[in-house]
Write a protein that binds this ligand. Structure first.
Ligand SMILES: Nc1ncnc2c1ncn2[C@@H]1O[C@H](COP(=O)(O)OP(=O)(O)OP(=O)(O)O)[C@@H](O)[C@H]1O
Length: 305
């Protein structure tokens, strides 16, 4: 008999998952999976639970939570040689990966998508022994994502970032960096850099508009030193995805990116604080097999053409 392990964060989002757990268990049982669930108790628990699920030979692991929980589950699977397929039921405040995979927030629908069985092997990123699915970066403004409280994010969505961003503008300062990407060099004073795997980042869906999730490459977007007025102009272009040709933007694709700042620069990983740079970002090609929607498959196929 096939076995499924549901790893859920009972505190994610509006704490809705716990109520729906019996229905989700029933959906998986009916589909022929002997199904059990683990409620995470603290930070790091989802990672340990995922690792244990691999050791115990589950065929299917389902992560239920926001990006924080999915990140932990992916991190738990990533080091294992025989990785089970991963389903996602998005019940968090930010669900950037689910959004990138076109998985809806409806819990039962998300469970059905897993049972429809369409999967894709997708890239993940690794930097300084930490994994990310969506994006990593450095520079003052990337701190935005963890400075905006979850509640504000839920209520105001993208607007929350703008408001916080405006508040942070006066503290923006350029930092000199050396970046080595696939054997090539970049050296300049920059405001921020982003290493992107998906195109869905904290509500900005067009930062790296053509990012493919299975090509083994990151999209590297760098904003060079600038003043506040010009900065605001580039950000407003970025909202429309029209920033990549701008003179202040350096944009390329790479599999391996080493970043060495001349001054203190924080590392941001999937919207969370991830320690300090320097760091080496490595794209692990098609490392995790996710259940995805038809919509996602169509989107990826059309980008590939
Ligand atoms: N029982 C628990 N109590 C408190 N925190 C927990 C518990 N279980 C897991 N966590 C932590 O909660 C963090 C946030 O979880 P998750 O991303 O799923 O929720 P969220 O509502 O989407 O929050 P956000 O999007 O703001 O990060 C996880 O990174 C995990 O470390």
């Amino acid at each position: 008999m096939k076995r499924a392990r549901i790893i859920y964060n009972p505190t994610s989002g509006k704490e809705a998952f716990r109520r729906e757990l019996p229905d989700v268990l029933e959906i998986f049982e009916k589909a022929g999976y002997e199904t059990s669930a683990h409620a995470t108790t603290c930070e790091g628990d989802a990672k340990a639970a995922a690792r244990l699920a691999v050791e115990r030979g589950y065929e299917l692991v389902v992560a239920c939570g926001g990006d924080g929980t999915v990140n932990e589950v992916v991190s738990g699977l990533a080091e294992q040689p025989n990785r089970p397929k991963l389903g996602i039921i998005p019940v968090g405040t930010t669900n950037d990966l689910a959004r990138a995979l076109n998985i809806p927030r409806n819990i039962k629908r998300a469970a059905e998508i897993i049972l429809e069985g369409k999967t894709r092997k997708l890239d993940i990123g690794k930097v300084n022994d930490q994994y990310f699915m969506n994006i990593a970066g450095g520079g003052k403004l990337t701190e935005l994502t963890y400075d905006v409280p979850s509640k504000t994010k839920t209520m105001l969505g993208q607007m929350a970032y703008y408001l916080k961003g405006i508040e942070m503008l006066p503290s923006l300062r350029p930092i000199k960096v050396e970046i080595e990407y696939d054997g090539k060099w970049f050296e300049d004073e920059i405001m921020l850099f982003l290493v992107s795997n998906t195109n869905s980042v904290g509500g900005f869906e067009k930062l790296a508009p053509d990012a493919l999730l299975d090509d083994g490459l990151f999209d590297l977007v760098i904003l060079r030193k600038t003043n506040i007025a010009e900065f605001i102009r580039v950000v407003s272009l970025a909202i429309r995805g029209a920033h990549l040709d701008h003179d202040l933007i350096f944009y390329t694709r790479a599999n391996r990116i080493k970043v060495k700042p001349a001054d203190k620069m924080q590392l941001n990983i999937d919207g969370e604080y991830g320690g300090s740079l320097p760091g080496e970002f490595v794209n692990l090609h098609q490392h995790i097999e996710y259940f995805v929607t038809d919509e996602f498959i169509k989107k990826q196929d059309s980008l590939q053409k």
